[in-house]
Design a protein around this ligand. Sequence first.
Ligand code: NAD
Length: 461
Amino acid sequence: MSTTDLNNIGEQVNHLRSYFNTGGTRSYEWRISQLNQLKKMLVEQESAFLLALSQDLAKSEYEAWTSEVGYTISEIEHTIRSLKKWMKPRKVSTPLVAQPAKSYQLPEPLGTVLIIGAWNYPIQLVLGPIVAAIAAGNCVVIKPSELSAACSELLAKLIPDYLDKQASCVIEGAVPETTELLKQKFDHIMYTGGEGVAKIVMRAASENLTPVTLELGGKSPCIIDSGTNLDVTVSRIIWNKWMNAGQTCVAPDYVLIEKSESEKFLTRLKKKLNEFYGNDIKNNKDYGRIVNTRHLDRLVSYLDNQNVVMGGEFDSEQKFLAPTVVLDPPADSPLMLEEIFGPILPIVTVEKIEDSIEFVNHRAKPLALYVYTNNTQFEQQVLNATSSGNVCINDGMMFMTNPNLPFGGVGNSGMGNYHGQSGFNTFSHLKTVMKRATFIDPALRYPPFSKMKLNLVKKLL
Ligand code: NAD
C-alpha cells in the first residue's frame, strides 16, 4: 500500500493548523458545504467504495451498503438537518446573585483533530467521526487503518477531491506514520481500535494535554433468558454475530444461557444458519472473510482443546472461517480471556439465568450488553447490576441506528462517545458565557465589608 512520506506529516498538520486560525472552517455555510460534499462522495463513488470493501473484507454489497455507505449517508443527513440547532448558544438560567445577566454555553470548534480508524468498518469508522468533526467546525487529519489497504487508498484518493484541502488530509501508512502523527500537537484525538494501541495513543496525547475519545472493544455478552421468542432471538443473534464474519466491535462475544435451554438454542441456531447461508457457506457471497491470515491463525488457535459443536472449518488461502460454536469453554482459555473479534460464538451455560450477572461482572466492562428476555424484572436487574457502554434489550446492534443515542464505551471498552449530537459535542468546546448588565452595580461584593453585607450575601448565595 502507499504511505505518506514521514517527513511531510508535521508540515501537513501545521498547514491545517494555520488554516484553522484563519477562521475558514467556522461558518455554518462552510460546514454544510463540506457535509454535502461528503455525501456527494459516497453517492457518486458508491461502486468504488463497495469494491474496496469487497477487496478488504469480502463484504457483500448488502452489508457494505447498509453498514458502511448507507449508514454514513444517514449520519450525514441527520447532521445536516440538525446542525443549525446544535450550533446555537445553549441557554441556562442565572441565579439571583448574578442577576441581571444572561448565561449560556457557546459551542466552538476545538481546532485540528486527529481521527485514527480501525479496519473492520474501514469507511464508516473514519467517515462517521469526520462528519462530527467537520460539523463542529474543525480541521481533520485522517489516518485509516493499514489493514484495510484498499479502503485506505480510496479514502486518500477521494477525500482531497471532495473536501476542502486546506482543512483536511489523509495520512496513509502503518505504525511509523501513526507514531509520527502522534508526535504532533492536536486539539483532540479520536481513536478506534484495540486496547493496546489505545494506551500508546493516550500516552502520546498526554504530552500535549490533548483530550482523547477512545472507541474500543472487549467481550460483549449476550444473555438469553428462557421464554423469549427463540426464533426471533436466534435470527437477531446470527445477524449481529456473523455480519462481517464476526469482526464487529458490538458483536456478541459469547452467549450466556441456562444449561437446560442450551440444546434447544443450539438446534435452532444450526437450523437458522442453514436457512440464512445454506450448506456451502464458503461459497456464499453473503458471508465475509477474515481480514488477514494473522487474524485467521489467531482465531483458529482459540479452538485448540475446545468443545466445538458447530463449524470450525477454515481455509487459510481464502481467509475463511465458518460460523463456529463452542460449548462451555474453560473460563481461563484464550477464547474466554481475549476479545474474539471473529465468527466464533462460545455458549456459556449457567444453572440459573441470574448467575449470568455475576459472570459479566467478573470481567471488564463491555462495549455492549445484550439481553433477550420477556421478564421485565430480570431486564431491570441486568440494567441495574451491570455496567457496559451500551445495552440492547431483545435485539443486537440495532441501537446503533438511532443517532440520538450516543455511542461509546465505559472502563476498558473506551471513553467518550459520538453519533448525532454527541459527536458534535465531542469535537466542540462548550464555552461558558455570562453577559452581565451594567445599569446597576450593588456595592455588596466590594470592600469595605461589613457584618450586614455578609449576612445579606449568606441569604443570596
Ligand atoms: P487496527 O489494527 O486497524 O488499529 C487501529 C489503528 O491503530 C490503525 O489506524 C493503526 O494504524 C493504528 N496502530 C496500530 N498499531 C499502532 C502503534 N503501535 N502505534 C500507533 N498506532 C498504531 O485495529 P485493531 O486494533 O485490530 O482493531 C480491533 C479493535 O478495535 C477491537 O478491539 C474492536 O472491538 C475495536 N473496535 C472498536 C470500535 C468502536 O467503535 N468502539 C469499532 C471497531 C473496532
